[in-house]
Design a protein around this ligand. Sequence first.
Ligand code: CTP
Length: 411
Amino acid sequence: MNVVLGITGGIAAYKAPDLVRRLRERGAEVQIVMTSSAEEFVTRTALQAVSGKPIRSNLWDKEAEAAMSHIELARWADMVLIAPATAEVMARIVSGGAPDLLTTICLATEAPIALAPAMNHVMWSNPATQSNREVLEERGIHIIGPEVGSQACGETGAGRMLKTDLIAATVFNLTGGKGEGLLEGRTVVVTAGPTREAIDPVRYITNRSSGKMGYAIASAAAAQGASVILVSGPVNVSEPPGIDMVNVESAEEMYAATHEAISDADIFIAAAAVADYRPTDILQQKIKKNNEGMSLELVRCPDILASVAALDAPPFTVGFAAETENVIRYARSKLEKKKLDMIVANRVGRDCGFDYDENTANALWCDGEKAFPKSSKVDLARKLIELVAEHFYAVSASETQPKLTIISNND
Ligand code: CTP
């Protein structure tokens, strides 16, 4: 895939060399086009070293134009990605102005355009920027992020550029579906995040799952060309583009939504950390602290994973096992007890698992296993999907009606 990577003048430009590496790791050819203000934040030398190509920036550079004109560059691109995208470049693209090489390419290309905005949160929420975002989206330009978090200016809010590996995964996702993906034409249902089990109108029982692993799995499956339905508990992760979202709260809602989505699924991946128990009764009024102690009566929640694996014609089913000890032994017993095709085991604890961006894992199946060393959840998800696809097709080859289900609570 040929990516024109536009870099504009925001502090997040310092992450651009890493973004180039993430894109190239996935096999992209990257041609960088930077604006003059981007040069205040990141050097040409670093960008040229990681991209392996001379940097373009000047529309009037006769030598560069002779080698590949801006129109040829616009045609060469399979995707134009601008990261970071400032409020200024968003406004300029909306206006149709083309005072520099990058905006000229945006006007001249027929390739999809994606912007990863990065700016101060007040600038992002400014009505002018929001109205520009709306116009860009109406025109089919993809807006990736931004995410909420602490910013370079010391404030906290929405405006931080999305993580580079997530941007790279999303770009491949957006340009996927060209007949080359491992899961082309397949439907994958993924559950992700925690569930919330209400106690009274203001309180609930939940767990530390962030949803990151499940969302990365959903993106990785979509990047391999699958149609993905993501059934998600409440999380703070941006919705991946190109995926059908079903948002739920409780285990019972997740059970119902999953079974509604599963009928045509080839693969089911349960990455959610579903509550095992919920309060027997949800009180209509807030509980008052009238006594020194109190106890809650709990009942078992339905096991979504086991119920899918027990269907008459189950999809290829993959579960996740988050354990604090005896990781492999407990995971293998879950694989057998729930009759899964595969289980992904990982250790969770103070310094790993839930809410961390990196993870290690072991995938287990009836007569084998594979260890995945520590890597980002996005990379791990990509490798897991490749493994799942490989096993899915192996099972499919021996069945007339192949189905694939992946299940996890690994995030
Ligand atoms: N799962 C599910 N529905 C539930 C509970 C778990 O679908 N009600 C799925 C998770 O998404 C995950 C796998 O089951 O894929 C986890 O297996 P489980 O045996 O439930 O793990 P734990 O809840 O951690 O079990 P235990 O507490 O006994 O270790």
